[in-house]
Design a protein around this ligand. Structure first.
Ligand code: UP5
Ligand code: MG
Length: 194
């Protein structure tokens, strides 16, 4: 693609930790940063139909990870689209990478971008569960039910948490922020990093 080298912040944290909420605020309040949620991009790809629809659907509804190449392709397209539309080159990549396979796929096609730092939200599972069940009353998300929420927690612990350790061991700065506070309290900590 014609996408130039971009600045990227990976925004990680358990299901319901507030990744989307905080990225949205940064996008609204700080100049130049664009929010790209891997999950939102996958749901958009699914809604568009096409041959990946059933696969993406089944993985999301099971609380399991979509194959890395699909997710990376969605991210790459999302970045390229935003760049073409408005020339932006600074991205908050929300909810990715969540596994070693995700890291490998990123290193394959997106390695030229600068990972500025990783933002990791930490929040007790009991709080996450309460938030997701509450949101599930109106979200329409196929994964906001108690069974899939528990599966998402398992996937997070087994596949995604180790990635934080991996970044720390490999010299990428990880900023951990406790996100069981109010939205604006969390945002104060977040904005200080930019
Ligand atoms: N809320 C937020 N902040 C709050 C606060 N400080 N105080 C009180 N309430 C707060 O927030 C969740 C809810 O909590 C909202 O109702 C919000 O108002 C409230 P949100 O900001 O949406 O949290 P977020 O961390 O974004 O939660 P989300 O549910 O989106 O996290 P997931 O990581 O589970 O979902 P995602 O969309 O990233 O992924 C979904 C699925 O897609 C995955 O399970 C997987 O199947 C697939 N996927 C991949 O396979 N690969 C990827 O790379 C990405 C996704
Ligand atoms: Mg989200």
């Amino acid at each position: 693609t014609d996408l130039p080298t971009c600045d990227v912040v990976f925004v990680l944290g358990g299901p319901g930790a507030g990744k989307g909420t905080q990225c949205q605020l940064v996008q609204e309040r700080l100049d130049g940063w664009v929010h790209l949620s891997a999950g939102d991009l996958l749901r958009a790809e699914r809604n568009y139909g096409g041959k990946l629809c059933d696969l993406i659907n089944s993985k999301i509804a099971a609380g399991e990870l979509v194959p890395s190449e699909i997710t990376c392709k969605c991210l790459e397209n999302g970045m390229a689209r935003a760049f073409e539309q408005s020339g932006v080159t600074k991205f908050l990549v929300d909810g990715f990478p969540r596994s070693h396979g995700n890291m490998t796929a990123w290193a394959g096609t997106l390695a030229k971008h600068n990972i500025k730092f990783v933002l990791s939200f930490d929040c007790p599972e009991s709080v996450l569960e309460g938030r997701l069940l509450e949101r599930g009353k109106s979200s329409g998300r196929s994964d906001d039910n108690i069974d899939t929420i528990r599966k998402r927690f398992q996937t997070h612990k087994a596949e995604s948490l180790p990635i934080i350790q991996y970044f720390e061991n490999n010299g990428t700065t990880v900023h951990t922020i406790e996100s069981d506070k109010g939205v604006e309290q969390v945002y104060e900590k977040v904005v200080a990093l930019f």
